[in-house]
Design a protein around this ligand. Structure first.
Ligand code: NAD
Length: 268
């Protein structure tokens, strides 16, 4: 169902790898709401993923960019403005990767060059994206930028490993850059703290299957799916949320404010 909430708006969507990706669902939903956009991902992900299919379905162009490379990001921003025919109204940062997690290194046994790489990809990349947009003056007034995060930034989930620290940094960037982008360009910047979701990145976390079921039973409304996240993101890109900025917005069926649920008690 479409409400034309994004009619006439132009954007950049990072991170659609396959049809499970939150960014994939968001791209489809933005398209249904009348928005146009360019898709981007790391060059390596282009080879592994099915982004061409999504581009065809949504009538979008793809511009490869490694989100850790300022040169790639500057090029992406310039090309997006050119292709879309004007400044940008919305951006989705949907990027995450921990080398320590991938290599099975525990939080108490981090290899610090892995840590630094994961931080660059998952957290600093958000600052780099924002700085490229800001310096190029590429955002329209009342534009909106959203990045995806997880509650491990506030509370400890042992297997989330160094991604917890990366998400804490990412959320802080949204507040800090949100100040300058808001004051000077009337652009809003928020993070959505999403339920565990069965995607490539999500399933990389150890014990994911048990964890997603636990969260489902702890959340009064059940876990938010990738499609739910896409719908919520569209509201944040729309003109209906123009004064929401510098927030970390929990989108988790109530998990973050639930101490325990009846279902979980019954398990014991
Ligand atoms: N899945 C979950 O349980 C969950 C929960 C909360 C938040 N999130 C966050 O949602 C976001 C999207 O993840 P997802 O779950 O859709 O998984 P996903 O694996 O589909 O997406 C992650 C994306 O990051 C991209 N990426 C990795 N390195 C990159 C680089 N150097 N440059 C550009 N892109 C790069 C990947 O190619 C991929 O498209 C991430 O920030 C993730 O941490 C996920």
């Amino acid at each position: 169902m479409g409400y034309n909430l994004l009619k006439g708006k132009r954007g950049i969507i990072f991170g659609a790898l396959d049809e499970n990706s939150i960014a994939w669902k968001t791209a489809q939903t933005v398209h249904d709401e009348g928005g146009t956009f360019v898709l981007t991902n790391a060059p390596i992900a282009m080879r592994m993923g099915q982004i061409d299919e999504l581009a065809k379905k949504t009538g979008s162009e793809i511009i490869p960019a490694d989100a850790t490379s300022v040169e790639d990001l500057d090029n992406l921003v310039a090309k997006a403005v050119e292709i879309l025919g004007g400044k940008i109204d919305f951006v989705l940062h949907s990027i995450g990767m921990s080398v320590n997690v991938r290599k099975g290194r525990a939080y108490t046994d981090e290899k610090y060059d892995f840590t630094a790489k994961g931080w660059d990809v998952s957290a600093l990349s958000f600052h780099k994206v924002l700085q490229s947009l800001y310096k190029a003056d590429a955002m329209n007034e009342w534009g909106s930028v959203v990045a995806l995060t997880y509650m491990a930034a506030q509370r400890t989930f042992p297997d989330y490993n160094d991604m917890a620290d990366n998400k804490a940094y990412l959320e802080s960037v949204a507040r800090s850059f949100g100040y300058f982008f808001g004051k000077e360009k009337k652009v809003r910047i928020n993070t959505i703290s999403q339920s565990p979701t069965a995607t490539t990145a999500g399933q990389g976390v150890k014990g994911f299957a048990g964890f997603i079921s636990y969260a489902e039973k702890m959340s009064p409304l059940g876990n938010a799916t990738a499609q739910d996240c896409a719908d919520y993101t569209v509201t944040l890109f729309s003109d209906l949320t123009r004064k929401v900025t510098m927030q970390n917005l929990f989108h988790d069926g109530g998990f973050s404010n639930t101490g325990v649920s009846q279902e979980v008690i019954e398990k014991f």
